[in-house]
Design a protein around this ligand. Structure first.
Ligand code: PSU
Ligand code: MN
Length: 303
């Protein structure tokens, strides 16, 4: 593992650091918007008082805090593996490049001692999981590692009810910023209740603090609805997602290819609108994540 100097000294001094993932760069968005977004997200973290640490695997080494050239490579290079937990030792042993998903970014953040991680939408239980058994590893890492994840709900291509059920089984508290319901990625509300609604970043930091104090294994999920002006209407995006899922079924797209295929198809079918929403919601999450990280660092310093 290689931690960059800025991140290392921030962690040593107990300053706020926010982890960021690399699958959203290499498999979640097209070039060059993926790179531009990753850099804007890092800037949003800095503007709100924290240090960004984008995580990825380069030549078999887990890098905590990639530089701008490395982020550019992740956005451009083809053949970078999408790395779930099971792929990690293989990518290391073969000295390959690997993009970390939510699950492996949680693992990297934990190894480095970073308590907060910002993404777009987490993976979850896919629609039709009763026959495919496609349940993202993201939910199990959230259940076992002490990292708080800020997201705009689970990706809209998923089954929200089933995803929330697995989070409950995994013992993951689901918090929502200002809105009474769990966010739905491109839309502000899924209509499903959460465990706690908060209005100030410090309130989320206090929940993190108690989870830590009690030694409860696992993380916390924070849902932050995408900005009002960027949200897409439910009826419009739902019919497009239905079409993308039908096409995936017809083509036999399965397993780890499923999420990248669906996201890409939804971007095409919305004429790029869903990509703009995706970009804005990640930046919005970075702002909240940095604010919570700053409050959490203050709480820890008071001890
Ligand atoms: N959020 C986005 N775009 C993405 C992802 C999340 O806005 O591309 C990625 C994350 O890395 C997440 C992964 O962990 O998709 C989920 O993949 P799967 O459903 O195969 O577990
Ligand atoms: Mn899957």
């Amino acid at each position: 593992m290689k931690i960059n100097d800025e991140v290392k000294s921030a962690l040593e001094q107990g300053r706020a650091v926010v982890a960021l993932e690399s699958t959203i760069i290499s498999h979640g968005m097209p070039y060059p918007k993926n790179v531009q977004t990753a850099l804007l997200v890092e800037k949003a973290v800095r503007d709100n008082g924290a240090i960004p640490a984008t995580i990825g695997i380069i030549d078999g080494e887990l890098v905590i805090g990639m530089n701008a050239e490395e982020i550019e490579e992740f956005g451009k290079k083809s053949g970078i593996a999408k790395v779930s937990k099971r792929d990690m030792p293989i990518v290391m042993a073969t000295k390959s490049w690997g993009a970390t998903t939510v699950s492996t970014t949680i693992l990297g953040a934990k190894m480095a001692g970073i308590p907060i991680f910002v993404t777009g939408g987490i993976g979850g239980v896919h629609r039709g999981a009763e026959t495919t058994w496609d349940v993202s590893r993201d939910l199990y890492e959230l259940g076992s590692e002490p990292v708080t994840v800020i997201c705009a709900g689970c990706k809209a291509i998923l089954d929200v009810d089933k995803t929330l059920e697995v989070l409950e089984t995994q013992g993951v508290p689901v918090l929502s910023y200002k809105e009474p319901t769990f966010a739905n990625f491109y839309c502000r509300s899924s209509g499903k209740p959460v465990d706690y609604v908060f209005d100030e970043p410090i309130q989320a930091a206090r929940v993190m603090d108690f989870q830590n104090k009690m030694g409860l294994k696992g993380g916390i999920l924070i849902s932050n609805p995408c900005p009002e002006e960027d949200a897409l209407p439910h009826s419009y995006i739902d019919s497009i997602i239905d079409q993308a899922i039908r096409e995936a079924d017809e083509k036999g797209v399965r397993g780890k290819e499923s999420t990248p295929f669906l996201l890409k198809r939804v971007v095409e079918l919305t004429g790029g609108d869903s990509l703009e929403t995706n970009i804005h919601l990640v930046i919005n999450n970075a702002i909240l994540g940095a604010q919570i990280a700053v409050e959490y660092a203050k709480l820890r310093k008071e001890k």
